[in-house]
Write a protein that binds this ligand. Structure first.
Ligand code: ATP
Ligand code: MG
Length: 578
């Protein structure tokens, strides 16, 4: 591609709404432009990277017998009512009406549509197994679209769905997709981890996420340094290594004044007790519809721990993580105390106790009276525990749940997610097959997603420096960026054309910066755009019989004779592949 005849505009300044390097660089490099929050036009360079990543995805899936299809973006309400997700997905599902007043939604995911597709044709066990996939634009009305394509409202996803006769077959399909995803992210050249994950409102009970490791990642991962254990913090079991000693004598409970002490930190400082020995009380609504039915519960845990809403969601079998009670609701359930002065003693609602306080005695809690606390409080003696359980977030330094060392925390960007679904959708939607024993059975399913646009941005997030993007060859829009420094010099121009033709003929993608700009501008733009190799062709170098080849990643500069350039590029590419 020749820059002068293309559509490509770089910016000197970072856009004001971009917070992370990849977002800043993609806008500065003209890779994309915002149309509305979370909705972008992909420029030609970005489109090339997306196509390259899609090619990797298609190759790995096709190789494993998956079949590509393309399903509708606009879907009728009736289908989503069959699974109850028209309501369950909430406002994230973008709903619309047609001219006849019929309800539709934009595809946020395609379990319903693909199950409908399969139930129309599958009759017997002979028709199974198969795996259908598509690469398509999805729409989710995200509450807070941000970080460019990382959390967009409109984005491209590869979604795949497996259909099998039994659990064993479904597990095999799941394992095959795990293998395909591992191959895909390896070919991409990304530093990634596979972690145990929550199933969200997709359903099913086995799921793993693929994460690209990056400090700006929205997800928090707990990884064991000494073993393979890795989990999203949402589902990571929290192990309490606190060694139970014989319990101390239980002291009499006593109320004391704590004026103005509303936080664990303030209380800890004032009464000189470390936060991990204080006990805090949090209030949640164990209901999917708090406006109709509040179902308040209290969760008590060590002052230094955090409640894990996903564990609560799964404990109560809710569709979404429970909301915290607001101040008024807290006052209602505690008989008038504000958050900061609350505790479990005297509550008339269920009290969930985190395992972390099982071996804590004579602890301090809020007195359910503003500006007062109770000391020497003991579970079972002073308040009734409804349920003991693991309700907290795991922390760095906790014992790994597999008993093989300690957990370390990382930030990750969720780029892929695989689920075993079982018969959740096939039962609700009557997607059945006739088995060998002539019994009608629901099809066993799995579903598998890769965020195509999010992955490409995550690659940039993992590969950049102060000057710009550093593309890995796998998804670089172009591999070679020629800076033609003197476009009016006939010799330089002829050489540039020659390299362009010869490299292109060998299947190597070349971008030529043939604009009439100063060399400094061209070099800056080349660094910003981030193609792996740059070739500088200028009159001065030519006079000395030299062409410069610069590696973007290391900024290593080689000077070679004009005749050796094409060969040099090929050798470099071979080295990258090994
Ligand atoms: P998240 O937890 O980030 O909201 P999710 O778990 O809801 O994502 P899935 O339903 O598992 O997403 O979708 C499959 C893949 O699609 C994700 O792993 C992610 O890579 C991508 N994806 C999901 N939501 C978005 C979004 N808003 N913008 C870009 N990519 C997304
Ligand atoms: Mg997910």
């Amino acid at each position: 591609m020749k820059w002068s005849s293309s559509y490509l505009f770089t910016l000197k300044e970072a856009p004001t709404d971009a917070e992370i390097p990849s977002h800043i660089l993609m806008v500065r490099g003209g890779y994309m432009r915002k149309l509305a929050p979370g909705i972008y036009t992909y420029g030609h360079l970005l489109l090339r990277s997306l196509r390259k990543f899609e090619k990797i995805v298609r190759e790995e899936l096709d190789k494993r017998g998956c079949t590509e299809i393309l399903m509708p973006m606009v879907q009728p309400r009736e289908l989503w009512e069959e699974t109850g997700r028209w309501k369950e997905m909430g406002d994230g599902l973008q709903k619309l009406k047609n001219r006849n007043g019929h309800d539709f939604c934009l595809g946020a995911t395609h379990e319903e549509v693909v199950t409908d597709y399969a139930r129309k044709d599958v009759k017997s066990y002979r028709d199974l197994p198969f795996n259908l996939y598509q690469i398509q634009t999805k729409f989710r009305d995200e509450i807070r679209p941000r970080f460019g394509l990382m959390r967009g409202r409109e984005f491209v996803m590869k979604d795949a769905y497996s259909f099998d006769v039994d659990v064993e077959g479904a597990q095999k399909s799941y394992a095959k997709m795990h293998e395909a995803y591992t191959a895909i992210f390896k070919r991409l050249g990304a530093n990634f981890r596979v972690v145990q994950a929550d199933s969200g409102n997709i359903g099913g009970n086995q799921s793993q996420e693929f994460h690209i490791i990056a400090d700006s990642g929205e997800d928090h991962l707990m990884v064991c340094e000494e073993s393979d254990f890795a989990a999203n913090i949402e589902v990571c079991p929290a192990i309490d290594s606190f060694q139970p000693k014989p319990p101390p004598p239980l002291e009499p409970m006593e109320e004391f004044a704590t004026p103005g002490l509303k936080t664990i930190e303030a209380l800890s400082k004032a009464i000189k007790v470390p936060a991990n020995q204080l006990v805090k009380t949090m209030f949640f609504s164990a209901s999917d519809d708090p406006a109709k039915d509040l179902k308040p519960v209290a969760v008590i845990l060590r002052g230094s721990d955090e409640v894990n809403p996903v564990k609560l969601k799964n404990h109560f079998g809710l569709s979404n993580p429970p909301l915290m009670l607001n101040d008024d609701e807290v006052r209602r359930v505690t008989g008038g105390a504000s958050p900061g002065s609350c505790g479990p003693v005297g509550l008339k609602i269920p009290v969930l106790c985190d395992n972390g306080i099982k071996h804590r005695f004579n602890f301090t809690v809020g007195a359910n009276r503003d500006d007062f606390h109770l000391k020497n409080v003991n579970h079972d003696r002073d308040f009734k525990v409804t349920t003991w359980g693991d309700f907290r977030m795991a922390k760095e330094g906790d014992a790994s749940p597999d008993g093989k060392g300690k957990l370390k925390s990382y930030r990750g960007i969720e780029v892929g997610h695989i689920f075993y679904l079982g018969t959740k959708y096939s039962k609700m939607m009557q997607a059945n097959y006739l088995d060998t024993d002539s019994v009608l059975k629901p099809i066993e399913m799995g579903c598998y997603g890769i965020g195509i646009t999010r992955t490409v941005q995550a690659v940039i997030e993992q590969n950049n420096d102060k000057d710009g993007i550093i593309w890995p060859v796998s998804v670089a829009p172009f591999v070679v960026h020629i800076c033609l420094l003197d476009p009016d010099n006939a010799e330089a121009k002829a050489l540039s054309d020659r390299y362009y033709e010869e490299l292109t003929a060998k299947g190597i993608d070349v971008l030529v910066d043939d604009r009439s700009e100063r060399p400094g501008v061209k070099f800056k733009d080349a660094d910003l755009l981030g193609m792996p190799l740059r070739i500088n062709i200028g009159a001065r170098g030519l006079a000395a019989g030299e062409i410069e080849i610069l590696e973007r990643k290391t900024k290593k500069l080689d000077k070679v004779s004009p005749g050796a350039v094409v060969e040099k590029v090929q050798v470099w590419l071979k080295e990258q592949a090994t």
